[in-house]
Design a binder for this molecule. Structure first.
Ligand SMILES: Cc1cc2nc3c(=O)[nH]c(=O)nc-3n(C[C@H](O)[C@H](O)[C@H](O)COP(=O)(O)OP(=O)(O)OC[C@H]3O[C@@H](n4cnc5c(N)ncnc54)[C@H](O)[C@@H]3O)c2cc1C
Length: 280
């Protein structure tokens, strides 16, 4: 389900590192800062990776893992291949600290950042019976890339958690899709709002494609809801935790790996499932 963090890191590690140069910085809403990166090394950045991710690399910081520099993961919100520019939107969480957000808050045109990627994630297909797209502010940039891929005649729900009313964006959605903004000024302390709103949304007939990216504990609640209560097939689900309250990204990665291991079905349960299906 979603990105296997180990595999994702491996694929990004194999990809090229580039020096990106800050072109412009602006606030698109009070709690979302947009940085446009460019420079000669982005000229051959692969096209069509919007919604995928890059790693911001901080090579000079003390490393928890001596084999790897400190990195932070961000989504490619947009890519202008002709101009050689990529757009990254940073959800501001300056009250909780963090090296990426500290960097983003001080970034100015001309600053350099080493990036690697792109890494890819599962995107919505064009032919689902209906769609459920949900995210908090960290997942919003990638969720919006997915929303742009949904066909005009699509139906379904979009649920976005934002830090304040003023973080709402003016979005053009297919007529059959409704949009709910859920305001949560303290996503690091209060983790139920997005889940409650998703649970309250009508569940249509047919098989949906569900795309969700959010905080770790919310991801775990949603995983149980999507799988157990709604039986969403694995291939129709992208669900990923993009951060974990009280944990740095490096610590979150460890939590994610542990969780993925604990969640993987044991060989014994797989065999019993297969025997059950075969009527044995
Ligand atoms: C595939 C993927 C794509 C992502 N795309 C984006 C993106 O496009 N935009 C974006 O903003 N984020 C995105 N994230 C999330 C981002 O990587 C994390 O929020 C990251 O922890 C930020 O790094 P930092 O150095 O600022 O904070 P860290 O050093 O990692 O953490 C420091 C403290 O800040 C807290 N913290 C981290 N993020 C938040 C938050 N959003 N709100 C409240 N507290 C927080 C942590 O819990 C910790 O206590 C993505 C993550 C993944 C895995």
């Amino acid at each position: 389900m979603g990105v296997n963090p180990k595999k994702a890191d491996e694929s990004v590690a194999k990809s090229v590192s580039r020096t990106a140069i800050v072109q412009s910085v602006c606030e698109i809403t009070p709690n979302m800062r947009r940085i446009v990166f460019g420079g000669p090394e982005l000229a051959d950045f692969p096209a069509g990776k919007e919604g995928g991710y890059i790693k911001l690399i901080f090579p000079d910081l003390p490393r928890a893992n001596p084999k790897r520099p400190v990195m932070r993961t961000y989504s490619i919100r947009a890519h202008d291949k002709a101009a050689g520019q990529i757009v990254v939107d940073f959800a501001l969480h300056n009250d909780t600290g963090g090296i990426a957000i500290e960097w983003a808050l001080q970034a100015k045109p001309g600053d350099e950042m080493l990036i690697s990627g792109p890494g890819t994630i599962k995107m919505v297909p064009p032919d689902a019976d209906w769609y459920l797209i949900a995210a908090d502010m960290t997942g919003l940039p990638a969720a919006l890339c997915n929303l742009e891929r949904v066909p005009d005649g699509a139906k379904g729900h979009v649920v976005f958690e934002i830090a304040s009313e003023a973080d709402q964006l003016d979005l053009a959605l297919p007529q059959g899709m409704d949009l709910q903004w859920v305001v949560n000024p303290h996503p690091d302390r209060s983790k139920t709002q997005l889940f409650d709103a998703i649970k309250a949304a009508e569940w249509h007939g047919g098989v949906p494609f569900v795309w969700s990216a959010c905080e770790f504990d919310t991801m775990r609640s949603l995983r149980s809801y999507y799988r157990t209560e709604r039986a969403v097939p694995k291939q129709n689900l992208y669900l990923s935790s993009y951060w974990c309250a009280g944990r740095t990204e490096d610590q979150h990665k460890i939590d994610k790996n542990k969780d993925a291991k604990a969640d993987a079905p044991s060989l014994k349960s797989l065999i019993s499932k297969l025997l059950h299906r075969a009527g044995l």
